[in-house]
Design a protein around this ligand. Structure first.
Ligand code: CAA
Length: 396
């Protein structure tokens, strides 16, 4: 397959290696994750066993080079694998995406050799779980306005961190966290710095676990810092680089969430097609009715459009690797369209199923609940529209 646009003068090719990965992940996800998804959705427990098995397949650090514990593959491999995992269960894909794009990716881009060895290797290999912490109770979309603080001690050996972070994906179980906090409030977004945090150290308290509508098996919590002592060598990048690190890491993260949304939409769509073929009403299969056909046509078209925007974002990320040109626009467009597609498709698929779609006896209601978060986290649909429009208008 080849996709090419005027903005991305590179070819995207699905190689034999991609096909092999895709088949292996699809097989694993359908056999090992689909049968347990409902149980974990209900209990809200973290699915550590299947996450460890995914790690064994190299899925927790797909783009990380092998010498740092990863699979050494590309962004297309990441997207193909993540879509298949999301198709089986969105919670598993959330945990996988944060580990890959928000945690490992940031350190691979901005870390020193020592930091990559110490902080990436165990997480990319799946021995440990990684998290990313930007949001605070009073700062979500307006990410630069944060109240938490890191202050260098008099000896210049440690930053003392205080404050409360919220909505940390994998927060209750994470071993390591990439944390963004303010080192110089007088400088606004240029006063934010990034730190590598050992979550099992004194001074870090795991706060309340969020009772969520969807992706219930991906644990989310507050993280509270009380005089947490972070050694200076755990500063990621330079002091004041934090906001740019957070934003550029989110560019990669948003491609992952787009792939997750695509996977959820595909799962719901396949169920809807099967049901439209089988379910009889008024003496014929409901798929014979034009109103159902219209839904199927719109669902399919949006899914394929989302897939192509995701491929376009993959191309842009590959171009970034070669030229350093940002792929913020392409990532935001993919995330915006795919997440809204996931919402549209899961809603229509549920509608096609009627009462059965509303019942917990089928996974449609779970897909519908899980899809909802993709319009919120890693930048709401409103933020994506703002990013896209600012880019086009050349305005801040
Ligand atoms: N890459 C690199 N640098 C970037 C960037 C990017 N994608 N986006 C912005 N920057 C830089 C700008 O160039 C600017 O630097 P200069 O002044 O040197 O030019 C600096 O950052 C500030 O940029 P803005 O003035 O545009 O910043 P802003 O305060 O207006 O905010 C925003 C922009 C797009 C609204 C941003 O705040 C944003 O994306 N908000 C949403 C945050 C978000 O997605 N949160 C989700 C957190 S993760 C999560 O959901 C939980 C989880 O665990 C999954």
């Amino acid at each position: 397959m080849a996709v090419q646009t005027s903005h991305t003068p590179l070819m995207l090719t699905i190689t034999e290696e991609h096909e092999m990965l895709l088949n292996a992940v699809r097989d694993f996800a359908q056999k090992e994750i689909v049968p347990i998804a409902e149980k974990f959705d209900e209990s809200g427990d973290f699915p550590m066993d299947t996450i460890k098995k995914m790690a064994g397949m190299g899925l927790m650090g797909i783009e990380v080079p092998e010498e740092y514990g990863g699979a050494g593959m590309d962004v297309l491999a990441y997207v193909l694998a993540l879509t298949e995992i999301a198709k089986a269960d969105a919670s598993h894909s959330t945990i996988m995406s944060v580990n890959n794009s928000l945690y490992c990716n940031g350190i691979m881009l901005f870390g020193t050799e020592e930091q990559k060895q110490k902080w990436v290797k165990p997480v990319a290999s799946g021995e440990k779980i990684g998290a990313y912490s930007l949001t605070e109770p009073m700062s979500g979309s307006d990410a630069a306005t944060m109240a938490s603080r890191a202050v260098l001690n008099a000896a210049g050996t440690h930053y003392i961190i205080n404050g409360r972070k919220s909505w940390v994906t994998s927060g209750p179980v994470a071993d390591y966290i990439v944390l963004f906090t303010m080192t110089d409030p007088s400088k606004g977004s240029k006063g934010i710095s990034a730190f590598l945090i050992d979550a099992n150290q004194k001074g870090l308290i795991r706060g309340k676990k969020e009772p969520k509508l969807g992706i219930r098996a991906s644990a989310t919590s507050e993280i509270i810092f009380e005089d947490y002592e972070c050694p200076v060598e755990n500063l990621l990048g330079k002091e004041g680089d934090g906001f740019k690190i957070a934003m550029s890491v989110l560019d990669a993260g948003r491609i992952g969430i787009a792939a997750q949304a695509l996977g959820i939409a595909e799962a719901a769509y396949e169920k809807a097609v099967a049901y439209a073929r089988e379910r009889q009403a008024f003496g014929q299969a409901i798929g014979q009715f034009q109103m159902i056909q219209q839904k199927i046509a719109d669902m399919k078209t949006r899914i394929e459009a989302a897939r192509h925007l995701i491929y376009n974002a993959c191309l842009a990320k590959m171009r970034y690797k070669a030229t350093g040109a940002r792929y913020t626009l392409e990532a935001s467009m993919a995330k915006l369209f795919a997440s809204e597609t996931a919402m549209f498709v899961t809603d229509e698929a549920l509608q096609i199923h009627g009462g059965m779609g509303y019942s917990k006896e089928m996974p449609l209601e779970r897909y519908y609940r899980d899809a909802r978060i993709t319009r919120i986290y890693e930048g709401t649909s409103e933020i994506q529209r703002m990013v896209i429009a600012r880019n086009e208008l050349g305005m801040r």
